[in-house]
Design a protein around this ligand. Structure first.
Ligand code: IMP
Length: 221
C-alpha cells in the first residue's frame, strides 16, 4: 500500500507546517520572544507605551534603598553591590544613592546565546569582578529577572566564592517566563510577559536612556 514511501506521509508534513504557522501567530504580539524575533529597526518609540512612569520608579527605588539600609545596618562585613551590565546601570546608580551605608561597587557582564538572540541556559562571563567577594556581603543588582537563567547561574557561580551573604535586587520580574526559579530579595515591580525597554533595558542596544519603563504595544509586534 506504499506505507514505506516518505512521500506517502503528507498529512504529517502538512501538520508540521500548520503547527509552525499556528505557533508563530499563537505566541501573541506582546511576548518578549516575539519582540526578539524582529529587527530593532522595525520599531520606533510609537510602538511602545509607558508601563511604569519615572515617578513610580523613583519612589520604589527610595523604598528599596531604605529597606536595604535597614537590613544591612550594623553588619560587620564589607558590602559590595554587584551590577550585572549593561541593564543594571540606571537602577544601580539610583539605588546605591539611597543605601545609606558604606559600600563598594563592582560589575560583571554575562551573556547567553541561541542563534544569537535566545537564551540557552548556557551563560558565560564576558567579564568578571575585579575583587574577591569572600566573606563580604554581596548584593547582586539586575535590571530584570526574566527566565531566571542569568540570575541562577550567577547565584551558583558567586556562591562558590564564599561570600558572607548573597542577595538579589531586581528592578523587574516577569514570572510568566520563569525557567529557573530565583528568590528575589528586593524587587521593584512584577510585570506581565511584555517586552520592555527603558531605564537601562534595551532593544538591540537602544532605548536604555528612557526615563520610564515602556512596553511594546500589543498591536505593534
Ligand atoms: P534572564 O532570562 O532572566 O536570564 O534575563 C537575561 C537578560 O535578558 C536580562 O538581564 C535582560 O538584560 C534581558 N531581558 C529579559 N527580558 C527583557 C525585556 O523585556 N527587555 C529587555 N531586556 C530583557
Amino acid at each position: 500500500m506504499g506505507g514505506g514511501d516518505p512521500c506517502g506521509s503528507p498529512p504529517l508534513f502538512f501538520f508540521l507546517i500548520v503547527r509552525s504557522i499556528v505557533t508563530d501567530v499563537g505566541e501573541g504580539p506582546t511576548t518578549s520572544e516575539n519582540a526578539e524575533k524582529k529587527p530593532a529597526s522595525r520599531y520606533t518609540e510609537d510602538d511602545f507605551e509607558t508601563l511604569i512612569s519615572d515617578e513610580q520608579i523613583r519612589s520604589r527605588v527610595v523604598e528599596l534603598g531604605a529597606e536595604i539600609t535597614k537590613d544591612y545596618a550594623g553588619r560587620q562585613n564589607e558590602l559590595v553591590v554587584v551590577g550585572v551590565l549593561k541593564g543594571c546601570m540606571l537602577f544601580m546608580a539610583d539605588l546605591i544613592r539611597h543605601i545609606d551605608l558604606p559600600l563598594a561597587c563592582d560589575f560583571l557582564r554575562v551573556s547567553s546565546y541561541e542563534g544569537g538572540m535566545r537564551s540557552t541556559g548556557v551563560v558565560r562571563f564576558e567579564f568578571d569582578l575585579t575583587q574577591t567577594i569572600k566573606n563580604k556581603d554581596v548584593l547582586l543588582v539586575e535590571d530584570i529577572i526574566d527566565t531566571g537563567l542569568t540570575a541562577g547561574f550567577l547565584i551558583k557561580n558567586l556562591g562558590i566564592r564564599e561570600p558572607a551573604s548573597l542577595k538579589i535586587a531586581s528592578l523587574l520580574h516577569k514570572p510568566a517566563r520563569t525557567r529557573t526559579p530565583v528568590e528575589i530579595d528586593y524587587l521593584g515591580f512584577t510585570i506581565e510577559d511584555k517586552f520592555v525597554i527603558g531605564y537601562g533595558l534595551d532593544l538591540a542596544g537602544l532605548y536604555r536612556n528612557k526615563r520610564e519603563i515602556l512596553a511594546l504595544r500589543p498591536d505593534r509586534a
